[in-house]
Design a protein around this ligand. Structure first.
Ligand code: NAG
Ligand code: NAG
Ligand code: NAG
Ligand code: NAG
Length: 320
């Protein structure tokens, strides 16, 4: 009887404090993490290969850190996205060029974002990561409006990060080896390919953004305008970088400003390791091994698209 009471009171306490859970309360229990990557509509010459695509660099990046990948396709039903959410251990919003409010990419991003926040409030871990346009998508999802401004010279440049004061206590950078952090702060190792920026002023002026995220680094454009380059949510496992950690290791367009030095590749690997370690905190899984196998990106073959010096993607997966 005493034992039963003890168990009962433990359950009540656990439910009662779910709101107060911190991301640090979730251990890395899942060593077979599967991360979803969101597809987007193909434009221009790319459309000749398929209606939607995912650059293969994001897939290799996640695989290099021990994850497997499932493509999250455009225009599925909410029920289909929800089923994927319950099967996957995290989501990555890649870069690209679609609308932050009306595109199929934005619609699926919103469904995963809402599900991830609700899940966290109920004690269930599901990391959300946005890269470049994915970062911009996160600002739209959190603020419910367009808070971006155009910036200059950020379309093909690698920067050293101007880290915020307490970045070492962040989750995103807290476990990155100090020599890699030193390289990130002193060498231009973060490739930028964007024309929109979030200024620290616009960030601070938006009550939702300001209370949701912490700025971890900034950079400065050609007009000396400062912009947020890395951020993480204070309470939730939500992360955004305006730069491209996957490109150092996996994109080689010779007309693009991407560094492939030893230091640059270690930055890429460290960021991949972080995201995949986050996914190991999630215990979602497919209902059967067959269902898992049929969802994995191994069912698709990437196409070699890096056939010109200015091509942004060496290989892409195409769908639909
Ligand atoms: C998604 O659905 C919209 C609206 O029906 C349509 O315009 C669009 O072409 C679809 N996208 C893809 C990639 O199928
Ligand atoms: C963001 O900053 C730019 C440049 O300072 C400004 O023009 C724009 O109005 C700001 N947007 C919002 C939503 O605050
Ligand atoms: C670096 O970031 C700090 C805020 O953390 C800011 O005050 C400073 O102006 C930034 N420097 C550059 C060169 O962007
Ligand atoms: C990107 O920048 C590099 C120099 O930093 C330059 O050589 C290259 O031509 C640029 N590429 C494009 C497509 O503008």
């Amino acid at each position: 009887m005493m034992a039963n009471l003890a168990v009962l009171s433990f359950v009540i306490v656990a439910v009662g404090t779910a709101q107060g859970l911190s991301v640090r309360d979730f251990p890395e229990v899942n060593d077979r993490p599967i991360i979803g990557v969101i597809a987007q509509a193909s434009e221009g010459a790319r459309a000749t290969f398929g209606k939607t695509y995912i650059p293969a660099s994001y897939v290799k990046y996640l695989e290099s850190a021990g994850a497997r990948v499932v493509p999250i396709r455009v225009n599925l039903t909410t029920a289909e996205y929800t089923k994927l959410f319950n099967s996957l251990n995290g989501v990555l919003y890649p870069g690209g060029g679609v609308d932050m409010f009306t595109s199929g990419y934005a619609k699926s991003a919103k469904i995963f974002y809402d599900l991830a926040l609700n899940a966290f409030d109920e004690g269930d871990y599901f990391p959300v990561w946005g890269t470049c346009m994915g970062f911009e998508q996160l600002t739209a999802l959190t603020s419910n409006r367009n808070v971006l401004t155009t910036c200059k010279g950020t379309g093909n440049k690698s920067y050293k990060l101007n880290f915020s004061k307490d970045y070492k206590s962040s989750r995103m950078f807290g476990k990155v080896p100090v020599d890699i952090l030193t390289d990130m702060a002193t060498l231009p190792l973060t490739p930028n390919f964007h024309e929109y920026c979030l200024t620290p002023q616009n960030f601070t002026d938006d009550a939702k953004l300001k209370s949701f995220y912490k700025i971890l680094s900034t950079n400065t454009d050609d007009d000396d305008m400062e912009f947020v380059s890395s951020m993480e949510a204070i309470k939730y496992p939500v992360y955004g970088v305006q730069w491209h950690p996957e490109k150092n290791n996996f994109e080689f367009g010779s007309l693009l400003k991407i560094t492939h030095s030893d230091a640059a590749t270690r930055v890429s690997q460290a960021m991949a390791n972080f995201l995949v370690s986050e996914a190991r905190r999630s215990q979602h899984k497919f209902t059967s091994p067959e269902e898992e196998r049929s969802a994995l990106i191994y069912n698709y073959t990437p196409v070699y698209t890096g056939t010109t010096a200015a091509a942004h993607f060496e290989q892409c997966y195409f769908f639909d």
